[in-house]
Design a protein around this ligand. Structure first.
Ligand code: GN1
Ligand code: MG
Length: 364
């Protein structure tokens, strides 16, 4: 067990640490809440950054600082209230130079805990509409960020790259699991070319990259007591990407009738009420900067993310579970089947999605 007090003492926090406890259920970093003794001082969130995944922590924290500073300035300009609950605040080290600390083994960072805020694992149509508005607004605020952010994980949402990783895993067959998953592999393979459409359009100069969140899972949003969105959290993957990343990854988690690892595969469906509410919210704030080609391809984005996640989970299963935290040996396989079923349901609803979006555009 790490000496948390020692680590926290490297950061310029105010107050005395009373208690440190695990927080949340991310699959990548380790997160703790740091409670301070006095009600007058804020509590904090301490995170050990997974530097096997985020190998360039300096770039990572640079991106996060650039984005949070820019958003804070935007909120100030528009006269927003309660700004400290609407954007994350990272605490500098005591020498004032960095927002992370390396203890010789692990990288740590500290942010101010946002009080009276909640995260959820599931959403309803109303919270989805708010979420759509919030993620659209997040992208809109960053449209004029005057800096080229680097990718904190190179090729993170590059579908062609993810397929190549799957192929490499199959060739190595490190855990001897390939034979067992052959039918799934065939299903994924048959869609590979179609799913690389975004990269193709980008190469042809038709589709831009913009700064996106790239992990818009439902539980990466903070809601206040009234169900309104406060802010978007978990900014590790903020980087240039296609807007499909944020739109698609929200629906992948929010519109799934079950959790992404629920083994009841038959119960997995794409919830069109969530789709409609989220899309309405998203277009209301992002519609003003989106290009027609981005809007036309929103249904493609809804399919792309369950597909990409199925490819990533299956790759990890074949590799012998080296990336995602698992709770039991078949966990990544269950996740893959779940995401594949979601994809099939998205495919069945695609014409309906196009029709809904056309209707929305006529009304706006
Ligand atoms: C990871 O850390 P967490 O749970 O927010 C992953 C996402 C996946 C997600 C699947 C850096 O996110 O890309 O969509 O798990 N993040 C990284 O649940 O790989
Ligand atoms: Mg998370």
């Amino acid at each position: 067990m790490k000496d948390f007090n020692e680590i926290i003492s490297k950061f310029a926090i105010v107050g005395t640490v009373a208690e440190v406890k695990p927080l949340g259920n991310g699959l990548i970093n380790d997160t703790y809440i740091v409670k301070t003794a006095d009600d007058a001082t804020p509590d904090y969130v301490l995170q050990r950054i997974n530097h096997h995944i985020f190998t360039d922590v300096d770039t990572l924290q640079h991106n996060i600082e650039a984005v949070t500073t820019h958003i804070r300035r935007k909120l100030e300009e528009t006269g927003a209230d309660d700004i400290d609950r609407k954007v994350l605040t990272f605490v500098k080290t005591t020498d004032g130079t960095k927002t992370y600390y390396f203890d010789g083994d692990s990288y740590w960072r500290v942010m101010v805990f946002i009080p009276r805020a909640h995260t959820f694992e599931a959403v309803n149509p109303e919270s989805s509409r708010n979420a759509g508005k919030a993620f659209g607004n997040f992208q809109a605020m960053l449209v004029d960020l005057d800096e080229d952010l680097k990718e904190s994980i190179p090729d993170f949402h590059n579908m062609a790259f993810r397929i190549k990783q799957l192929h490499d895993a199959v060739d190595a067959d490190a855990a001897g699991r390939v034979a067992e998953v052959k039918p799934l592999l065939d299903e994924l393979e048959s869609r590979a070319e179609e799913m690389c459409k975004a990269e193709r359009l980008h190469r042809e100069g038709k589709l831009p990259k913009r700064i996106c969140h790239c992990d818009t899972k439902v539980n990466n949003m903070m809601f206040d007591d009234n169900g309104e969105i406060l802010c978007v959290i978990d900014l590790d993957t903020v980087m240039p990407s296609f807007i499909f990343s944020d739109y698609g990854d929200f629906l992948r988690t929010g519109a799934n009738t079950l959790a992404e690892d629920d083994p009841n595969i038959d119960g997995v469906e794409f919830n069109m009420d969530i789709f409609k509410a989220f899309t309405e919210g998203y277009l209301s704030s992002a519609g003003k900067f989106l290009m027609p080609i981005e809007i036309e391809n929103l249904p493609y984005a809804a399919a792309l993310f369950p597909y990409m996640q199925a490819v990533r989970f299956l790759t990890d299963y074949i590799n012998g579970d080296t990336y995602y935290k698992i709770k039991y040996p078949e966990h990544n396989l269950v996740r893959t089947r779940n995401q594949f079923k979601l994809l099939q349901s998205v495919e069945a609803h695609t014409p309906e999605m196009h029709a809904f979006i056309s209707e929305q555009l006529k009304q706006n």
